[in-house]
Ligand binder design. Structure first.
Ligand SMILES: O=C1C[C@@](O)(C(=O)O)C[C@@H](O)[C@@H]1O
Length: 227
């Protein structure tokens, strides 16, 4: 199933594909956090939901739970072949090191988009540095994603500025500021060109700090006209 990133995609982030029917009303896609799931490839093989999937298998060094081994990338390669998987998520660092290059190529061969991710769990880099990260990630895949940690509204402003600059330069980007101070970025970033938002169906299952639950984010984005 293709995912069209030319307009905003609201992704329900979950480790449990059984959440899909509940997510359907509000979400355009489901982000399957394979690294949080106990038997992700089995779950994927049995998936018969209606929403296209973004397959993510985040390693521990980028805030996830997957061990940093070949099995992590092999599983993503298998996921990329699944009809329901419209995109795989790969970390920029894994692409730059060469480790994930084969997964990206395999995804492309199967018509599966590549989301290139970077996360900063410590803070928010300067606007120019974020702009450069987005440009670099854009070179490696279809959507360049940057999640930072905001300590105040100024950080969010910088992130939105970098988002706007990248989007107006023609790059397809997804940005969000994690943490309490960054929360509102999730609602407004689509207005500045961000093309993916992530939210759990149940707030107790958040996959990053500061996420709104899915129904709330969907309502906010819609009311602000970002969808
Ligand atoms: O990379 C991202 C963005 C995210 O970290 C967020 O802040 O919403 C949530 C993750 O599930 C997703 O893979």
């Amino acid at each position: 199933m293709q995912i069209d990133f030319s307009s905003f995609v609201l992704a329900a982030a979950t480790a449990d594909l059984a959440d899909e029917p509940a997510a359907r009303d509000h979400a355009d896609a489901v982000e399957f956090r394979m690294d949080f799931a106990s038997d992700p490839l089995d779950a994927l093989a049995g998936y018969d939901g209606e929403s296209p999937l973004i397959a993510t298998n985040r390693p521990t060094w980028e805030g996830g739970e997957a061990p940093d081994d070949a099995a992590r990338l092999d599983a993503l390669e298998v996921a990329a072949e699944h009809d329901a998987v419209g995109a795989v998520d790969l970390e920029l660092a894994a692409l730059e090191s060469g480790d994930a290059a084969a997964v990206a190529e395999h995804a492309r061969d199967h018509g599966t988009a590549v989301v290139v991710s970077t996360h900063d769990f410590e803070g928010t880099p300067h606007r120019a540095a974020m702009r450069e990260t987005l440009a670099e990630a854009s070179r490696w895949g279809d959507v360049a994603k940057l999640a930072v940690t905001a300590e105040g509204s100024g950080d969010v402003l910088d992130l939105l500025g970098a988002t706007w600059d990248a989007a107006t330069a023609g790059e397809t980007v997804a940005t969000m500021a994690m943490g309490e101070a960054g929360r509102h970025s999730r609602a407004v970033a689509p207005l500045y060109g961000s093309r993916i938002g992530y939210a759990p169906v149940d707030p107790a299952d958040a996959t990053a700090p500061g996420q709104y639950d899915l129904a709330t984010l969907s309502g906010l984005v819609e009311r602000l006209g970002g969808e």
